[in-house]
Design a protein around this ligand. Structure first.
Ligand code: NAP
Length: 248
């Protein structure tokens, strides 16, 4: 059976690095993106250059109709999903709680939590032996902020990722007997565009040297762990949350 992976938020950053590594490892890939179609297409072109199939699908993971359309496109154009990386997520301009707007909190929870729930639901519906699927593997995207709290700017982000840790544990138990493993990665400071959205210039350069390994991480270093968790090499791992944070 073909190995078919859907990655949300795969046009840039950690999702893009994972989609590329998946192609290196023989997966066909559905590359989801929110707005940057050219970046998504360049990831898909890399996948095809490795002899694998790739499609790009615009979809906002926080919108249920979009999520349904995303998974249906993958069904129709790639076939039976075997692996799912629930990666898409956002931050916001760093703000203390006193200045945090309802809209900012709502957007964070909608994309990071509700989006992850909706996408995982669609993956389970396709993979679970209870629903006639062949089983599979899911990796959720947490963050070190789930452990650290996100104080002084990202309380909503930290709380949204804390929910992902809990969701990972619970879902792993719920579908463990149906052939699906569910794990998560919890990255620290990784060199991607996401830091620009916080409005804190030089954040990666400032925080990288403070972790035990004395540097920030590359998206490819997270991708390696994700692909291991999705692979049969991690066949007895479920409900596991792997820190990829240089020791922080
Ligand atoms: P990034 O470089 O900013 O990339 C974000 C990706 O998510 C892009 O592909 C973007 O699509 C997509 N996206 C954003 N909102 C979306 C939505 N509503 N629906 C679908 N796709 C959406 O970010 P990144 O650093 O790789 O982050 C990826 C994940 O890692 C996030 O969940 C983040 O919380 C987590 N994380 C990152 C770090 C870090 O230090 N970088 C640390 C811990 C956890 P477009 O390109 O079309 O905008």
């Amino acid at each position: 059976m073909s190995k078919i992976l859907l990655v949300t938020g795969a046009s840039r950053g950690i999702g893009a690095a994972t989609a590329r590594l998946a192609a290196d490892k023989g997966y066909d890939v559905c590359v989801n993106f929110a707005s940057k179609a050219d970046e998504a297409e360049s990831v898909a072109e890399y996948v095809r250059s490795k002899g694998q199939r790739a499609i790009t699908v615009q979809a906002d993971v926080g919108n249920e109709a979009d999520v349904l359309r995303l998974f249906k496109r993958a069904d129709a154009e790639l076939g039976q999903l075997t692996a799912f990386y629930n990666n898409a997520g956002v931050v916001d301009v760093a703000t203390r709680l006193e200045e945090m707007s309802e809209a900012s909190v709502e957007r964070m929870m909608r994309i990071n939590i509700i989006g992850s729930f909706l996408c995982a639901r669609e993956a389970v519906l396709r993979m679970s032996t209870k629903h006639g699927g062949p089983g599979g593997a899911i990796v959720n995207m947490s963050s070190a902020a789930a452990r650290l709290g996100g104080a002084n700017g990202l309380l909503h982000y930290g709380a949204s990722k804390g929910a992902i840790d809990t969701f990972t544990k619970g879902l792993a138990e719920e579908v463990g007997g149906e052939g699906i493993r569910v794990n998560a990665v919890r990255p620290g400071i990784i060199e991607t565009d996401i830091h620009d959205d916080m409005g804190v210039p030089g954040r990666v350069e400032q925080l990288g040297p403070l972790v035990p390994l004395k540097r920030s991480g590359a998206p490819e270093e997270v991708a390696e762990v994700v692909m291991w968790l999705l692979s049969d090499s991690a066949s007895y791992c479920t409900g596991t949350i792997v820190d990829v944070s240089g020791g922080r």
